[in-house]
Write a new protein. Structure first.
Length: 336
């Protein structure tokens, strides 16, 4: 007598198909006749729970309980199995949650783990921000260029570099630029405990305050997390340290490594290109640049200086206004 073909669509097994789960030995022998030999792609499948084994006539296929079971004819036996969704649902939910957390931790525009400034209020405004300084190899030339073009910017200083170059930190403040906190040693705050995060912020505040000692400059009000990575305890630690909040960016030029100036000039062209969309209510750009390298003093960032020499006069001719983060935050507070 010929047996009917396999009608079950849920017995998908990782590995060899002769591993039928919890069917009895006779059913396994029968089922092997209708499955090809060898291995198949590894698939995730629900655990099978035998619900009933009912002797039936060969070729007959009951059609009841379609919503909660799947049917298979194995020789002259009918096996009804119930699908258990949790082995699939729980890992999927955990994966989605992990994806959301990862997005909130690294996405520069995310507000998931606390409010952060990402744009200026008006599309015609540009906030230039410089990370990882002060750097004696480039910061003095950068300050001279900004002074020449009457541009004010924001410098997020690494605490240990501010202690190493206090005169340069004082010059930044004396020229009317805003100084921000970029932690003491530039660690990845996502991998740091809440206690270490707060310690990094407080030590940087102390280092900058020591460098600015004897001036009328106020201590930093804003934190930029290293690499832009953050979790909820970063914003909380910043507030506990007396800072006003976290500052991110809307446009990065990927300038932290030495590169041909032409490459950076091409990337910064997006500032003007995105102005049309900003006019629709998105606001203007907070541009992330680097005047130093957090790994060492004296890094070669000359490409940044060349690119700004190219773009500053062109942006001014196009009608852009340059603002500091203090001005951005003040305008945001007025409109809130």
């Amino acid at each position: 007598m010929n047996h009917p073909p396999l009608l079950c669509n849920c017995l998908v097994i990782s590995g060899k198909f002769h591993k039928i789960g919890q069917c009895d030995a006779f059913a396994r022998l029968r089922l092997r006749r209708y499955l090809p030999r060898g291995r198949f792609p590894r698939l995730v499948w629900p655990r099978l729970r035998p619900r009933a084994r009912i002797p039936i006539r060969v070729g007959a296929t009951p059609r009841h309980e379609q919503n909660s079971t799947r049917e298979a004819v194995v020789g002259s036996f009918f096996c009804a199995v119930r699908l258990t969704p949790w082995p699939i649902v729980l890992p999927a939910a955990a994966g989605i949650a992990a994806g959301v957390v990862a997005w909130g931790a690294v996405q520069h525009s995310s507000q998931l783990f606390g409010p952060a400034l990402c744009r200026t209020q008006q599309g015609s405004q540009i906030a230039l921000t410089f990370d990882d300084g002060p750097n004696p190899a480039i910061t003095p030339g950068l300050l001279a260029l900004l002074e020449k073009r009457d541009v004010r910017a924001t410098f997020f200083l690494v605490g240990r570099f501010a202690r190493a170059c206090p005169a340069l930190a004082r010059e930044i403040a004396a020229r009317g630029h805003t100084i921000g906190n970029h932690t003491e040693t530039h660690p990845n705050l996502v991998l740091s405990s809440p206690r270490r995060v707060e310690d990094q912020i407080v030590r940087c505040q102390t280092s900058i305050a020591g460098a600015l000692d004897g001036t009328a400059s106020e201590p930093p009000k804003w934190l930029r997390p290293p690499f832009g990575y953050r979790l909820p305890h970063v914003w909380t630690a910043a507030r506990r340290a007396g800072l006003g909040g976290v500052v991110m960016w809307s446009l990065t030029a990927y300038d932290w490594k030495p590169q041909p100036p032409a490459r950076l000039i091409a990337r910064l062209a997006r500032v003007a290109q995105r102005r049309a969309s900003a006019a629709g209510g998105l606001g203007g750009e907070i541009v992330l640049l680097h005047d130093g390298d957090f790994r060492r003093l004296g890094a070669d960032q000359g490409h940044v200086l060349v690119a700004l020499e190219h773009w500053l006069p062109r942006w001014q001719d196009a009608g852009f206004e340059f603002v500091t983060i203090d001005q951005v935050a003040g305008a945001t507070a007025k409109t809130a």
